[in-house]
Design a protein around this ligand. Structure first.
Ligand SMILES: *[C@@H]1O[C@H](CO)[C@@H](O)[C@H](O)[C@H]1NC(C)=O
Ligand SMILES: *[C@@H]1O[C@H](CO)[C@@H](O)[C@H](O)[C@H]1NC(C)=O
Ligand SMILES: *[C@@H]1O[C@H](CO)[C@@H](O)[C@H](O)[C@H]1NC(C)=O
Ligand SMILES: *[C@@H]1O[C@H](CO)[C@@H](O)[C@H](O)[C@H]1NC(C)=O
Ligand SMILES: CC(=O)N[C@H]1CO[C@H](CO)[C@@H](O)[C@@H]1O
Ligand SMILES: CC(=O)N[C@H]1CO[C@H](CO)[C@@H](O)[C@@H]1O
Length: 451
């Protein structure tokens, strides 16, 4: 198991400084891990002493590394082990998403992010977003230790200047909403020049003295609506404001304050470079790897080596095997994922109005899907104040009829939801692949035992 542990660590170290997704793009690949206080399969911390520097044969220093394991569904003694890589921020437990359904189906143990266990069990690797790329690369590097991998919205391509991200935001918004957003951008840029102070205060962002930080905050706020399947939360009020001839900047400020900060839980301070220079505890710091921002926040002249990274890992031409790639049609990140399907690395796109980042594992952001009677809570909980969530969860549990759940609040109109059919179709294909690859793993194990 040691080899596995060492390698995950090395990949992480290498990648932290080499993956670059561009200047003008969202740093929120995977916000959920930090902002969701919803349901976990487990939050019980386990620790082991991890090697600090995997590149040096002389440095034997260690650090305590946290991990989690969920064994409720584990079929002893030979059940598979699902390694779920936790990405991009503090890892507070194993979240209850579609993985729990898969664990039940395959009698699997779920461990995250690293763990020692019986080497002989079949291992399958999972991850979403950046961790999705890690999941693919883990399989690429250790085909002999794993049966396969799921790279959900896995960003395997390093991109220097990720203009496709913004283009996708425009495409996901549709022509009408896109035009309004472009108008907002123009107005904001004008007002920033003439009366920046008043403008920032309108957005509750007076503390962002660097204009770039402020614009970054505003750009993320819009991108997130598409990335996480809430296009109408942004586009409906904005296009209505436009039709009514209202002030568009005020309408956008309302969206940013109420939805992005209020419901989604974004923190203005996390955009403040000045603050991040000294806030060593903040998980937000790791997002400032872009060009000169990296230098400003970390004081180090580190630039992304995009071409080398893609040469090393293969980018979208990754030469792996037995990796499932999935993308959501509205997700701005999907252009950094694998482009074409091949027999040994099938890729699926989940297409619908609200299909965003990691939709295959998360389900519908507005209306929890109920895969095999399993109630998926974690995918939408971040959108609602905790008290309300608790109350509504009770009601939902009392009556599992999704129709009622959806119609009670127009927000959870199933028409607005990522199509359950689109999601389930891809999930079914995922299950078939996992099933096939695990059985091939078992078969190999048996052969080698008998020879
Ligand atoms: C980690 O190392 C410390 C210091 O050497 C030791 O006290 C502790 O027991 C170790 N923990 C584990 C889980 O091995
Ligand atoms: C990114 O690409 C756009 C469009 O080609 C260009 O205008 C911009 O200058 C580029 N930015 C960087 C940092 O290379
Ligand atoms: C849930 O609601 C539906 C529609 O009103 C009703 O027919 C059904 O009996 C309810 N189920 C439970 C378990 O209360
Ligand atoms: C639901 O979707 C429709 C368009 O598909 C949109 O007009 C409406 O505003 C959405 N409702 C909510 C509450 O998001
Ligand atoms: C696996 C998959 O669906 N890949 C898609 C990801 O997004 C790119 C860009 O839109 C598509 O070309 C891929 O087909
Ligand atoms: C809308 C709705 O049905 N709300 C109910 C949720 O459950 C509580 C009690 O648990 C009821 O008081 C609400 O009326």
């Amino acid at each position: 198991m040691r080899v596995l542990l060492v390698s995950v660590g090395s990949l992480l170290v290498i990648l932290m400084f080499t993956v670059c997704n561009g200047l003008s793009t969202s740093r929120i690949l995977e916000r959920m891990h930090s902002s969701v206080s919803g349901k976990y399969l487990t939050r019980e911390e386990l620790w082991f002493n991890q090697t600090l520097d995997h590149f040096s044969p002389y440095d034997h220093r260690k650090f305590g590394q946290r991990y989690y394991e969920y064994l409720d569904e584990f079929r002893l003694p030979d059940g598979p082990i699902f390694l779920k890589i936790c990405g991009e921020s503090a890892c507070n437990g194993i979240q209850n998403d579609y993985i729990s359904v898969l664990a039940k189906k395959f009698g699997a143990a779920v461990v995250t992010p690293e763990h020692r266990t019986n080497f002989d069990n079949p291992w399958f690797v999972f991850g979403v977003s950046y961790a999705g790329a890690l999941s693919a690369w883990f399989r690429l590097k250790f085909p002999h230790l794993t049966c396969g991998s799921l790279a959900s919205s896995g960003v395997v391509l390093a991109v220097y200047n990720f203009t496709e991200f913004d283009q996708q935001v425009g495409e996901s918004a549709g022509p009408e909403c896109k035009t309004v957003l472009q108008e907002v951008t123009q107005l904001v840029e004008e007002q920033l020049g003439s009366n920046g102070k008043a403008l920032k205060s309108k957005f509750g962002a007076s503390e962002l003295q660097i204009d770039g930080d402020f614009l970054y905050f505003l750009a993320d706020a819009a991108a997130i609506a598409f990335q996480y399947g809430n296009p109408d939360k942004l586009c409906t009020p904005m296009t209505e404001a436009k039709k009514a001839g209202e002030d568009l900047v005020s309408a956008y400020a309302k969206y940013v304050k109420e939805f992005y900060v209020g419901s989604f839980g974004a923190d203005v301070q996390s955009y403040n470079q000045e603050n991040l220079k000294s806030d060593y505890e903040s998980g937000d710091r790791l997002w400032w790897y872009h060009l000169d921002l990296c230098k400003n926040v970390f004081g180090e002249d580190v630039y992304p080596v995009v071409d080398d990274t893609n040469l090393y890992y293969g980018g979208t031409d990754i030469a792996g095997s037995k990796i499932v790639f999935t993308n959501g049609s509205q997700d701005p990140w999907r252009h950094a994922s694998k482009q074409v399907s091949s027999p040994d690395m099938p890729s699926y796109i989940i297409t619908c109005h609200n299909c965003g980042h990691g939709t295959d594992l998360r389900g519908c952001p507005q209306s929890p899907l109920v895969p095999e009677g399993q109630y998926i809570f974690s995918s939408w909980v971040h959108l609602y104040p905790q008290k309300r969530v608790k109350r509504e969860k009770r009601n939902y549990t009392a009556n599992m009829s999704q129709k009622i759940w959806c119609t009670r609040y127009s927000l959870w109109n199933s028409k607005n939801c990522s199509s359950p059919d689109a999601v389930n179709k891809v999930r079914q294909q995922m299950i078939e692949q996992i099933d096939l690859w695990l059985s091939q793993c078992h078969a190999v194990g048996k052969c080698s035992l008998s020879t």
